[in-house]
Structure formats: C-alpha cells, structure tokens
Design a protein around this ligand. Structure first.
Ligand SMILES: [Zn+2]
Length: 753
C-alpha cells in the first residue's frame, strides 16, 4: 500500500515536471490548465496525508513565477501567496477538519466567499493616498514593475478617493487585486482584431497578461482592462479583524472591490451554494474558474499559517473543468434533417464537467482546415453549460507524424447525392429532401419528447420501421397497423400495443405542439404557440399562407422588369434586393401605412431612376394587397419577417400540404382548443410576466387569457402591465424605465375578481 502510494507520488512528480517544462521552456503545453491542476492536487493531497513522501524537488514545493526578463522588479512587502485548490465538497470538508485540528477545541469558523477571477494578480502600493507602485505577483517575493501600465486602467484609482468625512486610509496601504478583461470588452478587442485583419485572441487571461506587460504603456492604454481589488497585503497601522470588514473598508475607500462576495456563517452553507454558483458563472460579466473561500477571522488565519507554500486559512474551489485533451479517433459525417452536414469527432472518451464525452462537434470543414485538425491528433474539447461539446483545436506539440488530414466529403454518405454549398454559407448540404438520412432525422425529431412525444418510438424503432418500408414520412406513423409491426423482429404484442396506444394519444396533441414538431425552420414551441393563437386551425393557417404566397407571386410578376435591371450602383442593387423579397423587406414596414406611393418612390428611387417601365402606383397597389393579405401574420408580436416568410414558404410547398392532409385523414388534431372565457375584465390589455409566481407561469398566463388579456414575452411601450413575482429579471427594470405599471400576483387576482 505504502509502496503503491510512493510509486504514484514519483509518477505524479515526473509527469508534472514534464508539463512544467512543456509550459515554461517550450511554451507548448499539451494538457489544459485544469488537467494540470488535477494532477497537482492529487500529489499535494498525497503529500499532506503522507508527509514522508514529500521530496525537495516536488513541484508542490516550487513557487510559480510569471516574471519577465525585461521589466524592472519590485519587492513585495509580504509574500503574495497563491491558494491550494479544492475540487469537491469533500475536499472542502477535509480542509476545514484539518484547520480545526490545529486550533483550540471548540473553535468554529465563519467564511467569506468570493468569485475566483481568472485574471492576473497585481499588488498596488499607495503612499499618502497616491498610487506609487504597481507590480505583478511574479514569484510571490518580487514582481514585474507595471506601474505606468496600471495607471492606464480606469478602474484603478491614482489617488484613493476616500471622503473627507468618512474613514481615512493609512499613510501606506498595499492592496491586492486582479486585472482582467470583462467578457464584452474581450469580445470587442477581438472584433477590432478581426476588423484589422488580425487573428482573434483565444485566451482572455493570457491576453490581459500580455497587455499589462507591454513596455509601452500607450499600448496598454488601448486595451479595455478592468481591475478588481480584493485584499489588503500590508499597511501602516490599519487593524481589521474580519475579512468581511476588509472588503467593506476597501469599498468605503472607493476601490473597485470584487463584486458578488458573500458572507456565510458555516462551511455547509457554502457547500449548499456551490451548484448555484456553478450554474451562475456563465452569466457573470467576467470569467471565473472557481470560488475563493476565506476564513473570516483574520487572526485565526494568521495562526493557521502556511503549509508548504499555501496559506491554510483560504482555499480555491475549482469548478469542474470545461476543457480537456483527448485523442481524435475519427470524423463521422452527420446529415441533419435540413440536409446540413456536420463533421462530428469520435473521441477517446474523456470525463468533462460531470459527464463522459466521446463525441464532439467539429462545426464545419472550413474551420477544420483553418485550425489544421487531423485524425490522430490530441485535441482540446470544451463543454460549457448546455452547449454540445466541441473541439477547440489540436495540440500540435503532441504530434508524432502519424496524423492524417481531414478532407470534406464530396458525396452524401447516405444518399450519394453531390453535396452543395449555398452561396455565402460555411456549411455543406445534402440537397435531396428524400435522402434517407434526412427523412430519418425528420421522423426522429417528429416523434421525440418535446415534439409529438410518441412513447416507445425511439431512434431504433424509427429506423426499423423505415427499413421495413412501413413509414416514409411523418403521416405514415398514424396509419401503422399491429399486424405489419408484429412481423418485425423484436416487436412483441405488448410492445406493439403500447406503441399504437401512444400513437393514438399523439393524434390529440394541441395544434401548437403539432406545428412545433413539423421541423419548419425557426418554428419552435414559442412561435408555434403564437401561430396557433392567431389562426386557431391548420386550415386557416394554410388558407392564409396560400393567399400570401399568391399575392407575393403576383407582386413579383408585376415588378419583373425591375428584377432584371443590371446595375453596379449599390443603392440600386439594395432596392432591387428589397423588391425581390417583398414579404421580408417591404410588407412588414408598410403594415397600415398611408400614402404608400410616395414612400415607395423615395425608397426605390435608385432603381426607378434606372428603369421606369413599372409605374410606382402599380408597385404600391400590388404591395398594398400583399400587405393586407399578410397583415394577420406580420402583426404577430414576437414573429419576425424572416420567420414569417419561412412559415409561408413551408406551407406553400405542395409536399407539405399533402403531408398535413394525410395526417388529418388519419385523425390528427388540426384545431386549437377553445379558450374558455371566464370574463372580460382584462379585454384588450397586454401583460408581461416575470419572476417566480406562487403557481406555474402558464397558469398565470391562462388566467389572464381567460379574462380577455394578452400575454407577450417582452416589455415594450405597448405593454399595459408587468406582473412581477419573486426575483424578477431585467423585464421589471425595463418596465419601470418605460413607466409601465407593475402588478404583483395578488394585484392581478384582484383585477380579475
Ligand atoms: Zn443525402
């Protein structure tokens, strides 16, 4: 047992030293920071539990350094320490237990929690309130002098802005903070890079570090860096007992103190908060990679002292890694229901933010080529939030020459059709709507949970039914009969009964659910509800969209000569594009417009001055008819013109009309439920609901609608009331900005009673 542990410690030391060498000397790391942290943590835990395993050359004994060769040095007044990591609630509990053992019996700790900013540590010295030096952490003892560069950061006060009648800063005050890019500032830097034809920066922390260590502070001044202050390193005569008071004091002094810090009386309170913080991290304006947890009592922290090179009184809880390295085994070509080709990576399975990942998106073949990703490469994979895992790029330093380039396919691997690339698109498409894979993907989607939700009809069943030629389209599902399914392998009586029963149930889904299941581009649950609310039946929707399509065609016919005008004038070309897409470009802006003729004369002048064969009155008249026909669709709040046009084009396709007719003959529900009206007290009023209510939000929506009111998703000046529950979002703020009346749930109930 002891031998096994000693062997593991030796192995970890060897591995870590190799990665330190790759990182520091070759500047070509082959694992992610998170993977390095894991190995380091394992070694450190081993050494804490078995101090005899610790060796002087252990990486845990060396102090990290970010010193540059070419900047002057500043000695820190006290060691600037980094923190040990914890990766789980158990790690945190062990940390507390170890600390309690070192204190007198009966000691308890309370804690301060701060987000762990993913930036660059700096140490700022103020003498008589004036910033005199600023240094990086360096090796913890000395740092690089970056005073001139720090002065360009607006969130760093050059003079401590304390109030004359408030607490005063000590004559010398040394504070510690973090310099970083806010997410949107980093995005802006990258947009500027792109605009200048330069490559995007990948890593915000490295870019912040590079920006701060410029020899010319004018370059730093152009980078929108932010600094947050979170600790006092040293001072003349200032005595504060609690971490929480320290934050408060620095805030009073006018420093930009780290936001979102919280006080907790016990460690278990903090452990309960971990999942909330993890899900919250992507909504913060800056990148964090974990949380810093400090014992609130500063004297206790001093008493606990230092273990190795880390202070015992604070620890860094790291979130599960979102990035990992693994081997790219193969690239599989996926065809979606729209025909879109997605190259998908088959990976050596790797554990990533809580799940095992063995497939990841490679986006498209342009990107594969740009990043020079090859089969056999070690690649970095990222999984963040609910997003599908994707490959960030190859680790070129790990190549041995056996890797093979990845070429885009020319033919659809399923239907053999030549793949096409629409103008301006980065993706390849299989153009054949009958492609077996496209049909399979559409059917798979149609029956899935969240769509028609047909129980017992998973992808394998769909595949088996297609292969047996029992279904070829969505409507066929509703014509399935027991005998023919029973003839298939693996389908027993009970299973078939259940399947047919769930198909029968699916015939009675609400209209909106059917609409959302059809795979109309851009029509998900929300839009489907809007359509069902406005048109009440599939019949009405088909009639309306057919009429719109006919009027659109009539419009295009009437202006046909203008569409063949050849022009190099960009304004005329723009006017021509508008004319070619009347439903998207013209009709939405002229709903209820008066004096259409003169408005169109102005808008279309660049092209009408080239070709005057179509009188503007004719264009106006045809557009007027189109607009009037499309009005019921175009005036749905929350449905944009492009979506409206998608809907019209989908329904105009004869194949789709056939499909719907076939479903209707099979008894599939095609009408919206009648909303039982209970009253008229809210007639014509528009509501927005935000925050948590005492009942599900859909119930509040139903209550409003049952009394004649309307509910929409976003606050505008047309909104009459915003109903606000607990922890409301930005909608409540917007409502007060626009002066919209705010109601509580009780207020609303009072209105309807
Ligand atoms: Zn195909």
């Amino acid at each position: 047992m002891e031998d096994a542990l000693a062997a593991r410690a030796t192995e970890l030391r060897k591995e870590l030293n190799y990665h330190i060498y790759r990182y520091n000397v070759l500047n070509d790391p082959i694992i992610t920071d998170a993977e390095y942290d894991r190995l380091f943590h394992e070694l450190r835990e081993l050494e804490v539990e078995h101090p005899e395993l610790r060796t002087p050359d252990s990486p845990t004994q060396r102090v990290g350094s970010d010193l540059s060769d070419d900047l002057p040095k500043v000695a820190h007044p006290a060691p600037i320490l980094s923190l040990a990591n914890a990766f789980s609630p158990e790690d945190l509990q062990r940390w507390e237990e170890r600390n309690l053992k070192l204190m007198t019996a009966g000691t308890t700790f309370d804690y301060v929690l701060e987000p762990k900013l993913d930036g660059l540590s700096v140490v700022l010295t103020y003498v008589d309130s004036v910033l005199v030096t600023a240094a990086t952490r360096g090796n913890g003892e000395v740092g690089d002098d970056v005073t001139a560069n720090i002065r360009t950061i607006r969130t760093v006060p050059l003079r401590i802005p304390s109030h004359a009648d408030g607490p005063q800063p000590p004559s010398r005050l040394v504070v510690r903070g973090e310099v970083l890019f806010q997410k949107e500032d980093f995005e802006r830097v990258n947009e500027e890079q792109e605009a200048a034809g330069l490559p995007r920066y990948v890593n915000a922390r490295n870019t912040a570090s590079g920006s701060l260590k410029q020899k010319d502070s004018r370059i730093t001044a152009q980078r929108p860096l932010t600094a947050y202050i979170y600790d006092i390193v040293d001072s003349d005569g200032l005595v504060l007992d609690k971490e929480w008071d320290t934050l408060e004091f620095m805030r009073d002094m006018g420093f930009n103190v780290i936001p979102h810090s919280e006080y907790f009386p016990t460690l278990s309170d903090i452990i309960q908060q971990l999942p909330t913080w993890e899900s919250h991290r992507n909504q913060l304006p800056f990148e964090i990679d974990g949380l810093v947890i400090k014992i609130n009592d500063i004297a206790a922290r001093r008493e606990l002292g230092i273990s190795g090179k880390d202070p015992r009184g604070a620890t860094a809880y790291k979130f599960p890694a979102e990035e990992a390295t693994t081997t790219l085994l193969d690239v599989v070509v996926n065809i979606g229901r729209t025909g879109k080709v997605t190259p998908t990576a088959s990976l050596e399975p790797v554990f990533l933010s809580g799940v095992t990942v063995s497939n990841a998106s490679l986006h498209n073949y342009d990107l594969i080529q740009q990043l020079d990703i090859r089969v056999g490469d070690k690649v970095i994979v990222k999984r963040s939030g609910e997003v599908i895992p994707y490959v960030i790029g190859p680790v070129t330093g790990a190549r041995d020459g056996s890797e093979t380039p990845i070429l885009p396919p020319e033919l659809c691997p399923f239907s053999g059709d030549v793949l096409v690339r629409p103008e301006g698109a980065v993706d390849l498409f299989c153009p054949n709507p009958r492609c077996e894979e496209r049909v399979f993907r559409s059917l798979e989607f149609f029956v899935s949970r969240g769509a028609m939700d047909i129980d017992g009809m998973g992808p394998e069943t769909v595949k088996a039914l297609i292969d047996a030629n029992l279904i070829n389209d969505e409507a066929d599902i509703f014509y399935l009969e027991a005998d023919s399914i029973l003839a298939l392998e693996g389908f027993a009586d009970k299973k078939v009964d259940n399947l047919l029963q769930s198909i029968e149930n699916a015939k009675h889904r609400p209209l909106a659910q059917l609409l959302a299941s059809l795979g109309i581009d851009g029509v998900g649950g929300v839009v489907a509800n809007l359509l069902a609310d406005r048109f009440h039946s599939m019949q009405m929707l088909i009639e309306t969209t057919n009429a719109i399509k006919a009027q659109e065609n009539a419009f295009l016919e009437s202006i046909a000569p203008l569409l063949s005008v050849e022009t190099s004038d960009p304004d005329a070309a723009r006017a021509k594009t508008r004319l070619s897409k009347p439903l998207v470009e013209l009709a939405p802006r002229y709903v209820d417009a008066s004096d259409l003729g003169s408005k169109l004369s102005r808008l279309l002048k660049p092209i009408l001055s080239i070709d005057s064969s179509v009188p503007v009155e004719v264009i106006a008249e045809r557009l007027q008819i189109l607009t009037a026909t499309a009005k019921s669709l175009l005036t749905i709040e929350g449905l944009g013109p492009i979506l409206a046009s998608n809907v019209v084009n989908w329904f105009a396709d004869g194949y789709h009309q056939e499909l719907l007719a076939k479903m209707e003959r099979a008894g599939v529900n095609m009408v919206a439920e009648k909303v039982e009206k209970e009253g008229t007290s809210l007639d014509g009023l528009k509501f927005v609901i935000t925050g948590t209510m005492s009942v599900p939000r859909d119930d509040i929506k139903a209550l409003i609608e049952a009394h004649g009111g309307k509910v929409s998703g976003s606050v505008s000046k047309n909104t009459d009331y915003v109903v606000v529950g607990e922890s409301p979002g930005s909608k409540a703020d917007k409502a007060s900005q626009l002066g919209v009346t705010i109601l509580s749930e009780d207020d609303l109930r009072a209105m309807v009673n």
